[in-house]
Structures are given as structure tokens and as C-alpha cells.
Design a protein around this ligand. Structure first.
Ligand SMILES: *[C@@H]1O[C@H](CO)[C@@H](O)[C@H](O)[C@H]1NC(C)=O
Ligand SMILES: *[C@@H]1O[C@H](CO)[C@@H](O)[C@H](O)[C@H]1NC(C)=O
Length: 510
């Protein structure tokens, strides 16, 4: 009891300090602003063979020894498939008004368009969506967050084959029809730029395609395939958007966008060459997808360098791409320095080399921000303001949603709860990034929502369970969820500015 009280008091003082320094509170955001947490199907659901789900590409990939740092997989993960009601309760307790999650394609269409719609999959997401709405939380749904039915890979090479556009359109149509009356926010893809780069240039993610010097894979061509995969994803996105706009939007009244992994870059040296390197780095990371989707054309920065290696859009493709995007989702975690290597040697085989950029996290031995447990993620709050302003300016003040922001704690699968609960670093991280976001909004950026990655510690892709991003700690043996300090901070933030006074008299309720 004593201990709880004193940690509550320390927390109150800590909050008071944060607020007196930066003055961040809920009232700085419109009341309609979406605040929520973010997850993805493969990272939390588990139940990988239940409810007539088929194997996804990530099921198959993680089951091969050596692919995941701690030899783990997502077979059980957070067992969210069974514990979703408990997880909704956690979110309700936080006081969020929205929840961003993804649908597992393999649950809805186990065999893609070559088989039937799986009613058990539809039923699961209907239960989830209904329970969210009952608690006043808007579902913010991603159709594809990395995982696809393995059959599409085996049959025709998935993203490398234009057939995938048809499959994705069919999948999207099934989802809009099944859930669209209740879902007002759709994203087609999560971080397709990461899928194209890690799946087809470095070969780190399935389907592990690459060529030297980018990596050592059994098959692939790092100079060509990333651009083909990206092209098919862009057109798959356009196919889904066209279906939504023509068949559903007028009736269902929702909006549709796409989520891009968006780092920020600072010039390494204060010289024109490095400032141009920054523009190229940003174009090769985010505008690669967003320019075609918003303007119908790959970015000039890429066309100049890649020339004929970039596929072209036919007139039919252009017709599809004309449908307006309702919002851009920004996943932002960190910033890097960009150094020009147009006329000097690049790092052979690095992803930056394709843009003649050397990407680094240090200037004269000093890191760009406080390091975090994720190797290339540093704490650089200004990056949030800058990437939002860049996106606003490049895309004519388009509506934006920050769909992911957060930081990890290095851990092990069985790390005791007690080591992980006092995540003061995460509270400072979130507080500083949110404050930077308010600066962009004061400059006119049309930002409508902010989602923390993540609700729960979960399966963090190649890192397995060694990086914990959750506001809630998860004991992966017992599936027990425990709020961290950051969960308490988010709850207090959402309750509004009067909280500090109330906390002084009501510490126990924390
Ligand atoms: C799975 O599919 C089989 C065969 O179609 C069906 O009999 C069974 O009821 C399904 N299971 C669930 C949980 O829907
Ligand atoms: C961007 O659009 C929003 C919403 O329409 C508007 O409030 C804001 O002033 C615009 N910002 C700029 C810089 O034009």
C-alpha cells in the first residue's frame, strides 16, 4: 500500500513537471480528434490455425528456424483472438475513442479469390467491431498489415504479379460489404514501402527476395523487384479505393487512406548537396508511394535516378488512380541524417545507396537523439513536426492521421513484469512527440488523429518478443496484461487538464 502510494505521488510530481515544462493537454486537440492505440493482426491475434484460417506468409516465414531473433513466432502472440474482450476493456479504461487494428486476410479469404469467404473470420471481426462500438470506440481498420495468404505467394508470386491487384480488390470488397456499415475509417495498406524494401530489396521479410550486394537470397533482383512489388501494391490500393468510392462510400459514409512508414531526415552537413540528399531520401521512402497515389506519377527525384527501372502507369492505371485519397496515415518513430553520395562512394548494398544517400544516426560521433532499444530508432521529437509539415506541403494540405508513434523497451520473452512497468522513457517520448505534433497543427496541418504503437507488448516481427512497445505489459506465459506508467499517463492525458489537481487528492485510483 505504502509503496503504491509513494509511486503514485512520484508519478503525479513527474506529470506536473512535464506539464509545467511543455504545457500539453487534451484541449489543444479538437474534440472530434481520434486518440487511440494501434495493433496488427499477426502481431497480437495468435490462434493461427483456428476458425478455418489459412497459413499466412508470416506463419510460414516464422516457422523456419533462424528467421526470428528469439526463435519465436506469432502462433499464440497475445492470444487476442480469444482475449479481445479483455483488450477492449483495457482500451475503454484508457478512455480512447478509437482503435486501429488490421484484418487478417487469411481469416477472411483463406485461399484468396480461389476459395470461399470464411464465415468464422467474418464473425470474429464482427464481434470485435460490435464490442468496440458498444464502448464508444471507432474502429480504424487496416486491410493489409504485412500478412497475406501464403497460397497467393505459392500460386503466382503475390506482389510481383499483377494478379494480386484483382485478389486485393476482391478482399477489400468482401470487407467493405461485411463491415463497412460500421467502419468509418479504412486504410488499404500499412507501410507498403517497408514491404517492398524488406521483402524485395534486402530480403529480410517474406518472401525474402534480394540479390547482391543488398543481401544474399535464393532468388530475387534488388534492382528491379522492389519497384515491381511497389507498383502492384499501388495499383492494388487504387483498385480497392475505386471499389470503395463507387460502391460503398456514398452509402456508408466512411473514408479511405493509406499508411506509410515516414522517417524524417536532417542534412548531415549544412551544405546544398546534403539538403538535396534529404529530399531524395524522403522521396525514395514516402513519395515513392504517395506521389503516384496523389498525383498519378512517381516522384521526379526517383524518375531522374531510376529511369526505366520504374514501371509506368498505363492509361487504365491512371484512370484507377484518379480517385481521391481521403487521408494519409503517417507512421513516425525516428529521424536520420542524410549525406550525399552522388559524387563519392555510397555504402554498397544499403537501401540509401539507391537514392545516392548515406543514412546515418551520428554527426561527429554524437547521436541524432537519445538512443532507444531499437537499433536505428533515436528520440527526435522535432522529426514529428517536420514530417507532418513536409507531407502537408507536398500533398497540398491533405488530411493526415498519425497512425503509429511509440518506442520500445529491450526485453526478453520472460522479462519479469516489475522491470518493465516504470517506463518513464516512453512517457517522455510520447509527451515530446505529441507536443511536436501540436506545433505542426498550429501551423495549419490538418491532422485528425494520433495512435500510439502499441496497446500491448507483442510479436515485433524479426525481433520476436525482445522489443516491447506496449502501454500494457504482457506476460507471454500467462497472458496477463499489466498497465505500465505510460498507460496511466495516456489515461490522465485523455481525461484532460484538470487532472493534476484531482490527482493530488485521488492518488489511490491510479
Ligand atoms: C470450418 O470449415 C468447415 C468446412 O467448411 C465447417 O464444417 C466448419 O464449421 C468451419 N468451422 C468454423 C469454426 O466455422
Ligand atoms: C488545411 O486545411 C484545414 C482544413 O480544411 C484548414 O483548417 C487549414 O487552415 C489548412 N491549412 C493551410 C496551411 O492551408
Amino acid at each position: 500500500m505504502e509503496k503504491k502510494k509513494s509511486s503514485g505521488l512520484a508519478f503525479a510530481l513527474f506529470l506536473q513537471l512535464l506539464c509545467s515544462v511543455a504545457g500539453l493537454d487534451r484541449s489543444q486537440f479538437p474534440s472530434s480528434f481520434l486518440f487511440g492505440t494501434s495493433t496488427s493482426s499477426y502481431q497480437i491475434e495468435g490462434a493461427y490455425l483456428e476458425g478455418n484460417k489459412s497459413l499466412s506468409n508470416w506463419d510460414v516465414f516464422t516457422h523456419v528456424p533462424g528467421h526470428i531473433e528469439d526463435s519465436s513466432d506469432g502462433d499464440i502472440a497475445d492470444d487476442h483472438y480469444h482475449l479481445y474482450m479483455e483488450d477492449i476493456e483495457l482500451m475503454h479504461h484508457l478512455g480512447v475513442n478509437s482503435y486501429r487494428f488490421s484484418i487478417s486476410w487469411s481469416r477472411i479469404l483463406p485461399r484468396g479469390r480461389f476459395g470461399k469467404v470464411n464465415s468464422a473470420g467474418i464473425a470474429f471481426y464482427n464481434r470485435l467491431i460490435d464490442a468496440l462500438l458498444l464502448k464508444g470506440m471507432q474502429p480504424f481498420v487496416t486491410l493489409n498489415h504485412y500478412d497475406i495468404p501464403q497460397e497467393l505467394e505459392d500460386r503466382y508470386g503475390a506482389w510481383l504479379n499483377p494478379q494480386i491487384q484483382k485478389d486485393f480488390g476482391h478482399y477489400a470488397d468482401v470487407c467493405f460489404r461485411a463491415f463497412g456499415k460500421k467502419v468509418k475509417y479504412w486504410s488499404t495498406f500499412n507501410e507498403p514501402n517497408v514491404v517492398a524494401t524488406k521483402g524485395f530489396m534486402t530480403g529480410e521479410y517474406p518472401p525474402q527476395h534480394c540479390s547482391k550486394p543488398f543481401g544474399d537470397c535464393l532468388s530475387g533482383d534488388s534492382n528491379i523487384e522492389p519497384y515491381i512489388a511497389a507498383h502492384n501494391i499501388i495499383l492494388a490500393h487504387a483498385t480497392a479505393v475505386e471499389i470503395y468510392k463507387k460502391k460503398y462510400q456514398a452509402k456508408q459514409g466512411g473514408s479511405i487512406g493509406i499508411v506509410i512508414s515516414s522517417s524524417w531526415f536532417e542534412p548531415l552537413r549544412d551544405i546544398p548537396a546534403d539538403r538535396l540528399a534529404v529530399q531524395r531520401a524522403l522521396a525514395f521512402e514516402t513519395a515513392w508511394f504517395l506521389d503516384p497515389i496523389v498525383f498519378g506519377e512517381y516522384p521526379p527525384e526517383m524518375r531522374q535516378i531510376l529511369g526505366l527501372r520504374l514501371p509506368t502507369f498505363s492509361s487504365e492505371d491512371r484512370r484507377k488512380l484518379q480517385y481521391k485519397l481521403d487521408f494519409i496515415g503517417i507512421n513516425h518513430y525516428t529521424s536520420h541524417y542524410a549525406k550525399d553520395c552522388m559524387f563519392s562512394p555510397c555504402e554498397e548494398g544499403s537501401t540509401g545507396s539507391t537514392a545516392f544517400v548515406i543514412s546515418t544516426s551520428e554527426r561527429n560521433g554524437i547521436p541524432i537523439g537519445t538512443p532507444t532499444s531499437m537499433p536505428s530508432n533515436y528520440v527526435v521529437p522535432e522529426g514529428m513536426e517536420k514530417i507532418v509539415m513536409y507531407t502537408m506541403q507536398r500533398y497540398n494540405n491533405i488530411t493526415m492521421v498519425v497512425t503509429e508513434n511509440g518506442c520500445a523497451q529491450g526485453s526478453t520473452r520472460n522479462d519479469p513484469t516489475t522491470n518493465m512497468l516504470n517506463d518513464k522513457d516512453r512517457v517522455e517520448f510520447l509527451h515530446s512527440y505529441l507536443t511536436a505534433l501540436t506545433r505542426a497543427m498550429r501551423q495549419g496541418a490538418d491532422v485528425r488523429g494520433y495512435f500510439i504503437w502499441s496497446l500491448l507488448d507483442n510479436f515485433e516481427w524479426l525481433y520476436g518478443y525482445t522489443q516491447r512497445f506496449g502501454l500494457y505489459h504482457v506476460n507471454f506465459e500467462t497472458q496477463e496484461r499489466t498497465p505500465k506508467l505510460s498507460a496511466k499517463w495516456f489515461k490522465e492525458f485523455l481525461e484532460g487538464p484538470e487532472v493534476i489537481e484531482r490527482m493530488n487528492i485521488d492518488l489511490e485510483s491510479l
